[in-house]
Design a protein around this ligand. Structure first.
Ligand SMILES: [Zn+2]
Length: 316
């Protein structure tokens, strides 16, 4: 199994599997980096397993090719799963080129889940399973779905073929349409406890834990990307040269690192409130600003400029 911890979610999934009461659409939701994708992969393996084991037997002719795909997905090699081709001038996503005929993994293409990706899902779902008894669509980062795509997905969720199962993974459900939410069965994931994090990342420092909010991904990023932590610290040094350095850097970061940096800034601001350096009004105003940046980060907001404004608000 790829999933660690999350006993509650694990028990629930195992129970519905054994009772054969699996909803046709599930939403794995919870904080970033606590094992939702791992759980979705484990559960998908089980759904496809020819020996009907809840998490997959690991050795049948479905589990073996599945594990090869799962490894790539788990390691974040997502670009491999978004092959597209031009057919009659239209971009077509070719998920069927994967190694398992009855499973597709659908990550966002760039910064959104596009309508043509959902069309590919529909095409996939309509063909009966070839190897397993079921077919599984795993949509990761479902919060990146556009309104148009969500409406297209809704049609699939309304009347899925009996053999098709759709697993959505999302960190935030705020962006999902209520109509989509009403058609998916939620499975909740909790932040990881410090003990599990310590086991997963033996090199992590105790003092990093509050920053990770129980997220393995964040803990790992903080260990692997100390420069982000440094940028967050430099931001509060009241040194215009430092802030200039930071704004040069932030525009070049990928989306995940940008979000991580915002989380780090937020954590530092909380610290300042606790230490009495800023008052509550200022704290609220700064946090409001950060959540505005976060919400608009995929909409082309200039992060460097947003940082300068935030920095000036800090100084006021
Ligand atoms: Zn199997």
């Amino acid at each position: 199994m790829l999933l660690k911890d999350q006993e509650k979610a694990k028990r629930f999934l195992e129970r519905i599997y054994r009772k054969k009461r699996i909803p046709s659409a599930l939403l794995f939701k919870g904080p970033e980096g606590v094992g939702k994708t791992a759980a979705a992969l484990d559960f998908s393996r089980g759904l496809l397993c020819l020996k009907e084991e809840p998490w997959g037997c690991g050795s049948c002719s479905s589990c073996v090719p599945f594990n090869r795909i799962a490894e790539d997905i788990f390691e974040g090699k997502w670009e491999k799963f978004n092959y597209s081709d031009e057919v009659n001038g239209r971009k077509v996503f070719l998920y069927l080129r994967g190694e398992h005929p009855d499973f597709i993994f659908v990550p966002p293409a760039g910064q959104s889940l596009r309508i043509d990706q959902v069309r590919a899902v529909k095409d996939f779902v309509l063909v009966k399973p070839l190897m397993s008894h079921r077919k599984v669509v795993l949509i990761d980062r479902a919060e990146y779905i556009t309104r148009e795509s969500a409406n297209a997905l809704l049609k699939i969720l309304e009347e899925p073929p009996f053999y098709a199962f759709i697993v959505l993974v999302a960190s935030e459900t705020a962006n999902l349409l209520p109509t989509v939410l009403s058609r998916v069965y939620p499975v909740k994931f909790d932040p990881l406890d410090p003990k599990t994090l310590k086991e997963l990342l033996p090199t992590s420092k105790e003092n990093l834990y509050p920053l990770t909010e129980g997220s393995y991904t964040k803990a790992k990023a903080l260990i692997e990307k100390p420069e982000l932590l440094k940028s967050a610290e430099d931001f509060f040094k009241k040194d215009p040269a430092k802030i200039y350095e930071i704004i040069q850097k932030v525009e070049k970061l990928n989306l995940e690192d940008k979000l991580l940096l915002l989380d780090l800034l937020e954590e530092k601001i909380r610290d300042l409130l606790i230490k009495g350096v800023i008052d509550y009004d200022k704290f609220e105003m700064l946090l409001g600003r950060i959540s505005f940046i976060r919400e608009n980060i995929t909409k082309g907001i200039k992060l460097g400029l947003a940082f300068v404004i935030l920095w000036e608000l800090m100084e006021d």
